[in-house]
Design a protein around this ligand. Sequence first.
Ligand code: 0PR
Length: 368
Amino acid sequence: MLNKGCPEEELFSFFSQKKREDLDHNYILSSMCTLPHPVAVRAHCMFMETNLGDPGLFPGTASLEQLLIKRFAALYHCPDAGGYATSGGTESNLQALRLAKVQQKDIPYPNAVVPESAHFSFKKSCDILGIEMRGVPLDDTLRMDADAAAEQIDSNTIALVGIAGTTEYGMVDPIAALAKIANQHNVLFHVDAAFGGMVIPFLDKPIPFDFSLPGVTTIAVDPHKMGMSTIPAGCLLTREPDLLHALNIDTPYLTVKQEFTLAGTRPGAPVVGALAVMDYLGVEGMRAMVKGCLKNTRRLIAGMETFGFERAATPDVNVATFIAKKEDIPAPWKVSWTRPGHLRIVCMPHVHGERIEAFLKDIGELHA
Ligand code: 0PR
């Protein structure tokens, strides 16, 4: 720590200089986060000091968290669903598996059946919880193979996981078929819709992935991805409103005597930010935003194919992947690469149509 305090202007000039070292969003094509919507920023600033970890001190903010959960519960066809605001997909996935484990205390060597396309947060969660992670191969469309999933389930299986919008290829697993399998085997079925949960409901033809399917027990969705909230904002939803109480821990000196959340201190600011965007845009506004992102995804795929870059998948959501090499990408564009080595571009809201055209022009010139 500095011995003598630094003058404010000097400090902020240093911060400005450091912030300029961050990449320009105009060139970021690799991220599942985006520039927050202005109403999210406004709400975030308004609720900066709020702590949902001690909700009795912030009952107004806590009621807004409940309202956010209600919004998702209705959107996911289960108005009575429960849940809470997490720090994002990693925490939601960890808590869902923790719930599965706590519910089945008698199983000494529990396993979870998870698609090979799963986000690495499942590996972290299984490590922490002492759960064996059983990988299920994908079919040739890069969706989880439901028959192979059923074969992996045994008497030690505590959870089945499906992904609604995979991180790398933007695919939606066969959630309806998986929900049936989960029901037959009586295991908790967690749907990781961290990305797709704010895309799929707004598609022209929504793919079933939510509580409308009997068998879906829990859903993870991240407003800090396609919900354009400030970071960190995730939600874990449970079909049964009180399911999370199985995770309750005594918190004797707080304004609540028990808590099921993972974090203690929890920011209210991004939670209200998430609600602000949802209520400001409504279903119509979200549909328009998602429509734009999907149009840009299709345009990018068509444009890349005219240059001879074949698509690696035909995605369900706004993630485009191609057979390409690192040297094919012009500077200063920032793209990402999947585990099997495909070029990956996420057409987030900040990746406007004009940015797609600018990228296509640059890549076209490099390959002229
Ligand atoms: N589940 C899915 C399907 C995800 O795509 C992600 C993150 C998670 C869970 C975990 O969410 P949190 O990171 O919020 O805990 N997917 C992105 C990824 O790993 C996250 C990301 C976002 C990475 C922006 C980089 C970036 O610039 O690629």
